[in-house]
Design a protein around this ligand. Sequence first.
Ligand code: KG4
Ligand code: ZN
Length: 330
Amino acid sequence: MKILAIETSCDDTAIAILEDNIVLSSTIYSQIKEHKLTGGVVPEIASRLHSDKIFSLITYTLNDSNLELSQIDAIAVTGGPGLIGTLQVGLIVAKTLSMLLNIPYYKINHLEGHIYSPFISKEREKIPKKALFLIVSGGHTIIGFKDGYNIKYLGETRDDAIGETYDKVAKILNLGYPGGPIIDKKLQNVNHKNYYLLPKVNLSGYDFSYSGIKTWVFNQSIKENIDIEKLLYSFQNSAIDQLIKKIYQATKEYDIKNLIICGGVSANSYLRKKINYHFSKKIEIFIPKLLYTGDNAAMIGYTYYVKNKILKPSKYDEDSLPNWKVGING
Ligand code: KG4
Ligand code: ZN
């Protein structure tokens, strides 16, 4: 089965072609360059850029796979969550191609795509039935359980997402956009023994909070003679520590054998190091290849492949779902 996958939930126009679970080609037009000017994503600009790029990207990806459009059997498209305008671009293209080619199209949940991203290109049998998952991205910080195809949330951020916080901290300190990879790179090989202690986030249960950390960075940044590297190190330490604590709490409360870490922030080298250090002895850890940590269409096509036996084709009068929670509405 040849799958054309489309992802336009935010600022990456992404197309992939899969033959069953094998990715033949996965391409991304990243809008970072355009959004750098404003230090963040402007939804209207993002939608226009998706419209501009999507057809040439589909042509390029088909050529790269040595396939014609007429050879595609199914279309998988991100249905949500995401920005309404950008989602609509992908959805309209998916519906149009589906009608013209007389093939089904399927709306796929973007977050579910992230959850399956560590397994792309591997054998399907290797996906564990039960796993604790942590999605850490620009728009989400969610911890929960995957049990078969069912997804259940344990907790999520009450305010900013962790990736968004990295981006805002970088903006406060004029370091560039997006902040996550920039801060990660700056802190490679840095180890401050005497880092600042940030205000503790003491939320019982499994929710996260990042707005206090961001405010703390802002308040420090307006002081004189601040040590930027030490400030960043302290910020990262506190941001990642919150994730580690919640995973640890879940391992105490539940019998966890498998852990999935995914989303853009799962590229972070400090997070990867910490996760390995704390959990790898007792738990099997699944993290995507760097290529599939951020938004991509391969994870959308792959999720369709994994779930194709239980999914029904989407209808032409269905809309995108900007606030789609995984496990709800399919
Ligand atoms: O998953 P993603 O591409 O988009 C969303 O679905 O949100 O995640 C993008 C986020 C951005 O906030 C970016 O700064 C962050 O992931 N990110 C990182 C790293 N690489 C990307 N954060 C920390 N360290 C990184 N190496
Ligand atoms: Zn994402």
